[in-house]
Design a protein around this ligand. Structure first.
Ligand code: FE
Ligand code: CA
Length: 640
């Protein structure tokens, strides 16, 4: 562990001072800059609805919650269509949705320096209580939002329900998952990062990024956040619950680490961009004013306690991390950190002092190890973006988990656009070591577009600690009681059309006192039937043909799988076993590959490819098992 790179560099100090000055100016007393209602009218501010981004609330405490909105009649313009002056906004909070029983109200000032965003930290509320809130400016009323305070410290809580989300690339999909999330009955929603994406992608759905380029400036980041928040489904989810948000990389720059950008931009240039991205992030999230960025620094990691039931440690694994490395050798450097010293101490101390039944890490990138070496006899967790790349910090965390039998640690994670369930091992290099915690990884809201539906229950060849894998889009719902934690993987039928259905694909549970996950509704055990010969595909499209190698097929039924007209193609990513309907495409054993040239070859099947999908585009493809043509039930792919 070491302190973050050059944290106190003079360059950064200069930027911080410059921004601190701006901050003080922006939040000065409210006299001089006030616009009268008449002036505002003249400027057209009140001529059109300024609540185009809806409302939300966040960071619930037992007596307080943050209410958020932003005045922005023109969300896709740099100045939001607002004048360069302060605008007073009224807010009120009530115990009923009709806003009849108002229990608090006041004025807040929308400052141009903060894009006329409002962050009201309402105090004096009752614990564990549902409230409704609304803003008003001139003749315009905002939508009414619903929120809920946290239970009192130490209070008994029978049940707590929350959902977590991540990765909502706007051009890649509609927010059908948010639409269904908004219908849930929850105490809290969490966003684990990639709230926006910084690139200029346009996609094919008529939801192209604005501005149509990689964003760099404060105006750019404001427009991008505003564009995302114009989405009605996202607004519905935001209005329905208090949110706890944290960022991953795309809120600023792909794979950034502390002061290091994707393209290794000069540090001062990148810190300027970082300050702009952080400011726009703050402006668009329901965060307390105490979280306001100070130039390129923003104190985002924080803790929330829900009675005696659960404590959430909300992590920031980007701002203080060492840069990503590629190899295991580098990843093992004991000096490397993903949390930074201060945050790590804060986390360890918090876990040590916690008295709640469950202790949650709201975390960006997977903690569980993943094996990059396709050879089953060789384990190589590599480096990369995940905790795999930061072995010392991971081992410290796992040791903390292993030392306290009452901790009941659960990590909830985003980033990877896949659903996974992992048992967290005391030592991942020893798969037989004790299970000390549980990790539930949630798929994306829309990133990568529609999923393939590939699903696997149980371990993969490289990860014996894996319990579940799935490629769908959706969100993850968790129900916590004293005895049990249940996780429901909620998946939507599509993100490439504006509406979709939702279902619970799988549920896993962790019993208090017994770390690790188990499937709630057991699938019937299938008798695997080995398929020992594969006739290779005719050459496929560039780089996509699997060539029959690295494949094992097992059939749970009568080995009747017709793959005529299908090719097996790569999706990108890394090794897994996959279930297509009732058969598994995966790894591990020796098969005969009939490659069409008359020369059969023996291949050992590793988990060395990632995600295969079957495309019905090659009529010459035939799979053969025991001299029988294999018949695939077309209904099983693509999955419904
Ligand atoms: Fe992402
Ligand atoms: Ca291996």
């Amino acid at each position: 562990m070491k302190t973050p790179n050059q944290l106190e560099s003079s360059r950064r100090e200069f930027l911080r001072r410059a921004y601190t000055t701006a901050t003080i100016a922006g939040l000065g007393t409210t006299g001089a800059g006030f616009a009268t209602a008449e002036e505002n009218k003249v400027r057209g501010v009140l001529g059109s609805d300024p609540f185009t981004l809806g409302v939300t609330s966040g960071d619930p405490l037992p007596d307080s919650v943050v209410l958020w909105t932003r005045l922005v009649p023109e969300p896709l313009e740099g100045d939001g269509g607002m004048p360069d002056r302060q605008v007073p906004v009224q807010w009120r909070i009530a115990t009923d949705e009709e806003m009849n029983n108002v229990v608090g109200e006041g004025d807040a000032i929308a400052h141009p320096e903060y894009a006329h965003s409002i962050h009201v930290d309402v105090k004096g509320l009752d614990p564990n209580t549902e409230y409704y809130y609304q803003f008003k400016v001139g003749p315009h009323y905002s939508p009414v939002g619903r929120t809920k305070t946290a239970p009192a410290e130490g209070a008994a809580v029978e049940e707590f329900r929350f959902a977590f989300t991540s990765c909502q690339n706007y051009p890649r999909g509609y927010y059908t998952a948010h639409r269904h999330l908004a219908e849930e009955d929850l105490d809290l929603a969490i966003h684990l990062g990639d709230y926006i994406y910084e690139g200029g992608a346009q996609g094919s759905l008529g939801r192209g990024h604005e501005p149509p380029r990689e964003i760099e400036s404060l105006d750019d980041y404001r427009i991008r956040h505003a564009q995302y928040k114009t989405d009605p489904d996202l607004q519905a989810a935001h209005a329905a619950f208090p949110w706890i948000v944290t960022w991953d990389d795309h809120e600023l720059d792909n794979n950034w680490a502390d002061e290091i950008s994707q393209d290794d931009d000069p540090v001062e240039e990148f810190l300027k961009r970082r300050a702009d991205a952080f400011q726009a992030y703050f402006e668009h999230q329901p965060l307390r004013p105490s979280r306001m960025p100070d130039g390129p620094d923003m104190p985002l990691y924080r803790r929330f306690t829900f009675g005696e039931l659960a404590e959430f440690n909300v992590l920031d694994t980007r701002q203080y991390r060492d840069d990503q490395v590629d190899s295991s050798e580098e990843a093992k450097d004991p000096e490397r950190t993903i949390l930074g010293d201060e945050q790590e101490e804060w986390l360890i101390e918090g876990l040590a002092n916690s008295t709640t039944r469950w202790n949650v890490l709201a975390n960006q990138v997977p903690v569980a190890a993943t094996d990059e070496n396709p050879n089953p006899d060789v384990q190589d967790f590599g480096g990369g973006d995940k905790w795999d790349g930061y072995r010392a910090d991971r081992q410290t965390l796992l040791e903390v988990m292993s030392q306290d039998a009452d901790l009941n640690p659960v990590v909830v994670t985003g980033d990877v656009h896949r659903n996974y369930v992992y048992d967290l091992k005391a030592d991942f290099s020893d798969p037989d070591s004790e299970t000390v915690g549980t990790e539930y990884v949630g798929t994306s809201i829309s990133s990568f577009g529609d999923g393939s539906g590939m699903t696997q229950y149980g371990p993969s060849a490289g990860e014996p600690w894996q319990r579940f894998f799935n490629v769908d889009r959706g969100y993850v719902r968790c129900t916590i009681t004293q005895e049990r934690w249940q996780t429901d993987y909620r998946v939507v039928s599509t993100v490439e059309e504006p509406t979709a259905s939702v279902r619970t694909l799988a549920s896993f549970a962790t019993d208090a006192g017994n770390p690790g996950a188990k499937l709630v509704s057991e699938r019937p055990e299938q008798e695997p039937v080995e398929i020992t010969e594969i006739q290779a595909n005719a050459p496929g499209r560039d780089g996509e043909n699997l060539n029959g190698e690295y494949v094992k097929l097992r059939n749970g039924g009568d080995a009747a799988i017709d793959c005529s007209g299908f090719i097996l193609s790569f999706e990108g990513g890394r090794a897994q076993n996959y279930v297509f309907g009732d058969f598994t495409l995966g790894a591990g054993e020796t098969v005969t590959v009939r490659n069409g040239s008359g020369e059969d070859t023996q291949s050992t099947l590793y988990t060395g490819f990632t995600g295969a999908v079957l495309n019905n585009s090659n009529p010459d493809t035939v799979l053969v098992a025991n001299d029988e043509k294999i018949v695939l039930d077309e209904k099983s792919y693509p999955p419904s």
